[in-house]
Write a protein that binds this ligand. Sequence first.
Ligand SMILES: Cc1cc2nc3c(=O)[nH]c(=O)nc-3n(C[C@H](O)[C@H](O)[C@H](O)COP(=O)(O)OP(=O)(O)OC[C@H]3O[C@@H](n4cnc5c(N)ncnc54)[C@H](O)[C@@H]3O)c2cc1C
Length: 364
Amino acid sequence: MGEGRLSAPQLRACAGVCYTRRMHDRSEHDTMRRHDRSEHGAILRDALGPWLQEQEPMARHTTLRVGGTARWFWAASDVEQLARVLRVCAQAQIPYLFIGHGSNLLMSDRGYDGLVIQNRCKHTQIGTETQAESGVSFGSLFAQTARAGLAGLEWAIGIPGTVGGALVSNAGAYRGNIGPLVQSVRVFQDGEDTTVGPEWMEFSYRDSRLRRLAEAGAQIGRTVILSCTLRFAEQGDPDTIMARAKEYQAQRRAKQPYAPSAGSFFKNVVDKELAARVPGLSPGMREAGVVPAGFLIEACGLKGLREGGAEASAKHANFLINAEGATASDLRRLAETVKARVQEQFGVSLCEEVLYVGDWSGWA
Ligand SMILES: Cc1cc2nc3c(=O)[nH]c(=O)nc-3n(C[C@H](O)[C@H](O)[C@H](O)COP(=O)(O)OP(=O)(O)OC[C@H]3O[C@@H](n4cnc5c(N)ncnc54)[C@H](O)[C@@H]3O)c2cc1C
């Protein structure tokens, strides 16, 4: 055991000790990683017992239905136990990936060499100040608030995923976003369980500080949303609220493909100059200075383009779908082709709305 390193029993007895590692070469790194992983396995088995799964196929837990295995997998349904396990992971430096319904993720074919924690903490308390644990599905939260006559989430009908995932990407549709409803967020960060205000989240279009952390590949000590409080200003009639939501749902069904996807793959482009010069854009979009990514992809003639089993949907070009036994690499190759062609034709660099997770080394 190297200098300053603790055995699994020591760690279990004395959690909280951090140690630094110096990696001199690749083989030392690999040996240390194998070493770490067996200690990590022991710690996780201790903490989670029979609830810990090993080598779990991630295609089962992502809406694109692709991706390799998670070395360990745990579905958390109790928020206090979740906070305890997150603390253990932070103390033992066990890498973890926190997911909701996997509806905004592209997991690599090599999978994830750590613990994937799936969020199933679903408790809610509905009122003008609604408290929701972050694993409740967004659709269920909309239905619960609508039944209580609380208006404000109608646009969320048909967005898959959890409230936690929605907060990370400031999910939205039909000019609504979750950000403006947020009053406070309970987060676990760097071993601490704390409550922060909405300004801390730094919400912007399909973005937040947590999303930027995820994109930067932050691992140890990364922040997890445990729950949130949403404020509903508008009281209304449940039937009227539901009818408004159903209109959005009908529009969604008419436009979106049924095949496995992660929704819109790229973010729309907010660029007044581009919106003014591209031919065929609707007057509303031109005025707002927004060019839908799907519009650009279609204008490049890429609707229906295939890469292995992946396709830029013939129904909605910004939905990259798993048409037929796609691999994660097929989807990423397709995404790269789409980006290159849009860059070539319009001089615009599309940004992914979908997050790449797992081990992507050598994917091409
Ligand atoms: C058919 C379809 C339609 C869609 N339509 C829309 C739409 O209209 N608008 C829209 O905004 N999105 C849409 N999406 C994308 C997606 O549903 C949303 O982004 C959703 O909010 C993601 O939630 P999730 O629980 O699935 O997150 P995941 O995909 O599981 O995770 C996404 C990211 O959030 C992180 N994360 C998840 N939960 C937490 C948490 N509690 N704490 C910290 N980090 C967390 C994960 O680590 C990951 O980085 C669509 C997707 C599909 C498949």
